[in-house]
Design a protein around this ligand. Structure first.
Ligand SMILES: NC(=O)c1ccc[n+]([C@@H]2O[C@H](COP(=O)([O-])OP(=O)(O)OC[C@H]3O[C@@H](n4cnc5c(N)ncnc54)[C@H](OP(=O)(O)O)[C@@H]3O)[C@@H](O)[C@H]2O)c1
Length: 254
């Protein structure tokens, strides 16, 4: 039903977790994928190998690319690479992120700045570079990965919660600023089983998390990728400025 043949998408943080699941699902839907990574080169290569096996006939090749999303020069080079390789872009998934414990009473300025750099400055810089390319597409779109934390806050992780709240207001701002050529939406996951949450969701932490989720399950990365794929697809052609919660209902009761 969702056929993205010819669609070119860049997924930041495509080496692991939610980003890797997005890369796989986009490839299954026929899209051409750019897997951006920072430290996990070997895992990005695994994702690339996997999606190359999934795709039999593509007009353009999948690619993996190293880039620190906090570095303006590297981002400029990333989007120059996209243009050289593919001649344009149809979708940007701003997924790369960090979740850093930083209680306010002991606030660590380095951690605060690191969180804001990856989770806010990175998506802004990527979106800025993507816009000229997306404007040339017939259905360009940006999908930001936010969080339940951005809506209801998160004790002891307030820099993270603030960063994800920022991406909700950025999504709403960009959706009207960039219309009608580019749609902008966000997906807001709750707990997802990935490297990011492996420690927090072990032992008692898992039972505690489950108790606050009406659907009584922890999301897989694929659950989140499904929502991303939907928002990128023509099925969502009249949707912009939306924050799609994918959290089993947790945001309603937490
Ligand atoms: N897991 C959850 O429960 C959950 C819930 C709500 C929202 N989210 C959000 O979902 C997104 C993905 O989370 P995840 O759970 O998949 O995390 P993850 O497994 O920890 O993966 C994080 C990804 O971000 C990349 N990354 C980190 N810093 C980067 C930088 N400076 N430049 C470029 N790439 C960078 C990593 O690349 P390398 O490994 O190559 O360095 C990795 O691919 C994040 O924005 C996160 O905040 C997650």
């Amino acid at each position: 039903m969702i056929d993205l043949a010819g669609y070119r998408v860049l997924v930041t943080g495509g080496s692991r977790g939610i980003g890797a699941a997005c890369c796989r699902l986009f490839a299954k839907a026929g899209a051409t994928v750019m897997v951006q990574y920072l430290a996990s080169g070997a895992r990005a290569k695994q994702v690339l190998d996997e999606i190359e096996r999934i795709s039999s006939q593509l007009h353009r090749p999948h690619r993996k690319v190293h880039c620190d999303v906090t570095d303006h020069d590297q981002i400029e080079e990333l989007f120059a690479f996209v243009r050289r390789e593919w001649g344009g872009l149809d979708g940007l998934v701003n997924n790369a992120g960090v979740w850093i414990h930083d209680p306010l009473v002991d606030l660590d300025k380095t951690k605060l700045e690191a969180t804001l750099a990856v989770n806010v400055v990175g998506p802004f810089l990527c979106a800025r570079q993507a816009v000229p390319l997306l404007r040339e597409s017939h259905d360009g779109s940006i999908i930001n990965i936010s969080s339940t934390a951005g809506q209801r806050g998160e004790a002891f992780y307030s820099p993270y919660a603030a960063s994800k709240g920022a991406m909700i207001s950025a999504t709403k701002s960009w959706s009207t600023e960039l219309a009608p050529q580019i749609r902008v939406n966000a997906v807001a996951p709750g707990w997802v089983d990935t490297d990011m949450t492996a420690e927090a969701l072990s032992g008692e932490g898992r039972a505690k998390a489950l108790a606050a989720i009406p659907l009584q399950r922890i999301a897989t990365a694929e659950d989140i990728a499904g929502a991303v794929l939907f928002l990128a697809s023509p099925l969502a052609r009249h949707i912009t400025g939306e924050i799609l919660n994918v959290n089993g209902g947790s945001v309603l009761i937490g």
